[in-house]
Design a protein around this ligand. Structure first.
Ligand SMILES: *Cc1c(COP(=O)(O)O)cnc(C)c1O
Length: 358
């Protein structure tokens, strides 16, 4: 038995094999994606996403294949002049770079991973159309708080705000009404196999999409919106992924309860990790630390040692990302990972802490 704490692709819900079987038996995998049977699954999945994650009723949801695809859709379908990116890690930076290739005017500001963003003191160029923020930076275990996003909204009521919440959506209670475009993929906090992206748009974002009216890409947002309004998709979608999302959401509690439980578990994991000498959070400022992805730092020898020892016990710790690949490991605190897996991890850490060969 292996226990994976990798922050994506991550441990999937235990019931996935049952749901796959159910999808097969119901025949949904073989029906046309313009059929009433598929439309029903689409409708129910979107209804559940809105009710379980507390997404405003007037926001619209479209499915893509990945979060990366959502980055491109935003650049192609919503941007005319310029986006402005705040980033402190690799995913935010990649989003900025992808956008810049399509829209060279895009600008960005790198901030330190221990800094809290203060929108009041930050200037954004006037001709910015979209402010882009990575809410949960999976590469370094930091997050941008709901209230910070709200402060951006208050300061820039005329601009759209786009949020990458790939490793936090469905794990924490996001304040959806404070931004216009939210993106994620399902292999992180949703506890599902990869291959499905989710893009959530406010009425203002939708209005912009129709104004821009881009139609030269297969995934132009207006095509997607026109189709989703008929509970269809413009290409054959990941029907299994959508069905699994529906089934998982049916059984989930509201995000507010899920967040509460994850935050308590976060404290327990913290305690277990920090009891080991020489391990500390990469981000020293607790306020901006992610509660869904923990990045733990030490010297490369200890990191390698702890990963190897953990693996011998069947515990897979996430590798550090990018420039932190040797001096950190990462732990996902995602809802689909059972509490019992974390008990194994805590026990391992306790033994490791008391061993003499650190
Ligand atoms: C994983 C991740 C992505 C990329 O997701 P894909 O579904 O692989 O495209 C983008 N942004 C963040 C913050 C991520 O954690």
């Amino acid at each position: 038995m292996k226990y994976s704490f990798y922050p994506g692709p991550s441990t999937v819900y235990k019931k996935i094999p049952d749901y796959v079987k159910e999808a097969y038996i119901t025949g949904i995998l073989s029906v046309n994606h313009r059929s009433p049977e598929f439309a029903e699954v689409m409708e129910e999945t979107m209804k559940l996403l809105k009710s379980k994650l507390n997404i405003p009723k007037n926001y619209e949801i479209v499915f893509t294949s990945s979060a990366t695809e959502c980055w491109e859709v935003i650049a192609q379908s919503l941007l005319r002049s310029k986006s402005y990116h705040f980033y402190n890690g690799d995913f935010g930076k990649k989003w900025f770079q992808y956008t810049k290739k399509l829209v060279p005017e895009a600008e960005g500001l790198h901030f330190d991973l221990n800094d809290e963003l203060h929108p009041g003191t930050l200037t954004v160029p006037d001709d910015t159309e979209i402010i882009c923020i990575t809410q949960n930076e999976t590469s370094n275990g930091t997050q941008v708080l709901n209230k910070t996003i709200k402060a951006f909204r208050v300061k820039h009521p005329d601009k759209l705000i786009a949020i990458d919440a790939t490793s936090s959506m469905a794990g924490i209670a996001l304040d959806f009404k404070q931004a216009d475009i939210w993106l994620a993929s399902v292999q992180k906090c949703f506890g599902l196999p990869a291959g499905l992206g989710i893009l959530i748009c406010s009425p203002a974002a939708i209005e912009t999409a129709f104004e821009v009216d881009g139609n030269i890409h297969y995934n132009s947002l207006v095509f997607m919106l026109d189709n989703v309004r008929k509970l269809q998709t413009h290409y054959t979608p990941n029907v299994l992924g959508i069905f699994l999302l529906m089934k998982v959401l049916e059984e989930r509690e509201n995000i507010v309860s899920i967040e509460e439980k994850l935050k308590i578990r976060y404290q327990d994991i913290n305690k277990a990790i920090l009891s080991v000498n020489n391990l500390k959070h990469l981000c020293s400022k607790e306020k901006v630390r992610s509660t869904t992805v923990l990045a733990i730092e030490s010297n490369p020898k200890i990191i390698a040692n702890i990963k190897t020892n953990a693996e011998e016990e069947g515990l897979i710790l996430g590798n550090g990302y990018g420039k932190y690949s040797h001096n950190t490991f990462r732990i996902a605190n995602f809802p689909a990972i059972p509490d019992s897996d974390f008990l194994h991890l805590a026990k391992f850490l306790k033994n490791f802490a008391s061993s003499t060969d650190i």
